[in-house]
Design a protein around this ligand. Structure first.
Ligand code: SF4
Length: 101
């Protein structure tokens, strides 16, 4: 999957709101288990945030393992063309593309 949008720009794998991990895991509760906060990115001030504006990199074909009971989940893999990950009230990193089966 190349269209993996992610709003968690403090994550190690995030480049221009795009996930560049080779593989991610999504839990049965739709949490992204691969989310890894990068202390350097997290502690940046507004004026040092140059890397926040890096171009999105959609070239990485990320494999998405998923355990959620979602219409896009097939044999433990996500078969959607793209997903969006964001934080919400319940989780720091959740798949928003989830549609209950
Ligand atoms: S869209 Fe569904 S199957 Fe794909 S990662 Fe999100 S919750 Fe899992």
């Amino acid at each position: 999957m190349k269209d993996l949008k992610c709003g968690l720009k403090s994550c190690t794998h995030n480049k221009g709101y795009c996930c560049c991990a080779r593989e991610i895991s999504v839990s049965g509760q739709t949490d992204c288990l691969t989310f890894e906060e990068d202390e350097n990115k997290k502690n940046k001030s507004m004026f040092e945030a140059g890397s926040d504006f890096v171009k999105a990199n959609y070239s990485v074909d990320t494999t998405v393992a998923c355990a959620a009971k979602c219409i896009f989940q097939k044999d433990g893999r996500c078969i959607s063309n793209g997903i969006t990950v964001m934080s919400n009230d319940d989780a720091p990193a959740a798949c928003l593309t989830f549609i209950k089966e």
